[in-house]
Design a protein around this ligand. Sequence first.
Ligand code: PLP
Ligand code: COI
Length: 354
Amino acid sequence: MKLEIITNQNPKPKPDETKLGFGTRFTDHMFNMDYTPDLKWHNPRIEPYGPFTMDPATMVLHYGQGIFEGMKAYRTESGSIQLFRPRDNFKRLNYSARKLCIPDIDVEFALGALKELLRVEKDWVPSAPGTSLYIRPTIIATDPFLGVRASNTYRFFIILSPVGAYYSEGFNPVKIMVTRDHVRAVRGGVGDTKTMGNYAASLLAGQEAHDAGYTQVLWLDGVEQKYVEEVGAMNIFFVVNNALITPALSGSILPGITRDSAIRLAKSWDMPVSEQKISIDEVIAHHNSGLLTEIFGSGTAAVISPVGELKYGDQILKIGDGTVGPIAQKFFDAIMDIQYSRVEDTMGWVEPAV
Ligand code: PLP
Ligand code: COI
């Protein structure tokens, strides 16, 4: 398939790299490709970034048949641009696609198209410390139809956004509220996919946490509301007695690439790491016995996000001493050092983009 490139004749000024925040600015070009039952995926093109015109009956707008990914391009000290485990993101996009009845994409083709887009947009990859170019591949159902069924037509697009820190707290510990009123996902559902409705369904709990003075929620399982699943839109780790515990992938947890990277790094350091069920009662017991020293979230956007306080009903658990714990710091540094090629990539995780 030939990739057409239409250059934007009106490029935008680049933003101040020290004030980026997350997901507010977008580059000059985007990738688009269409799916129809007869032509399959076709017409791949890079064209000026811009709005879509859509029929108001477009299926994704009504039934949420849409999926996305989140990954980043990093500028190294030598000026080169690289990706971190990008095939894992496109494979996960295909996993989400299968669960949402969306036709899958060719991973190598998508990666090639992304690299071409990054070549066109290379000047948009920021170089200030802690910044990167966030990549958002997305597939949406485009049939104009109000019956409930899988769409016959789709649009696959990739947009790019230069970003700094995800949370306004940056890498400082965040306050988290355990939600008892809401669940994010259930076994047999779509919690292990990046489908749009999961994020819509998380908003009210997030808003309630925010109103109570907390940054995000900690999600318990959807059946018994007993076992810890995720924190906000991140996976979660506990440090208990110097060992790492993270909830086992249960079918309702998003299999995070940062989570997998942290587990593999821990194993390479001979740090004990266990993927298991962990109940909120156990977390509280470990805290009360003094064995729970750190909690942190993991995800592409924030990398590692330390938790400084956990609220569960009337109980407030202060985690650590209010500063970033040594193990969260160790993972944060190790993962970013690989992403920015500040150390040798012995894991084979980075790949040149341009
Ligand atoms: N959990 C949810 C619900 C997410 O949306 C994400 C973000 O992608 C993650 C966890 C972390 O996954 P990853 O480390 O692949 O970014
Ligand atoms: C993550 O990268 O950790 C995320 O959850 C991305 C979010 C903006 C959906």
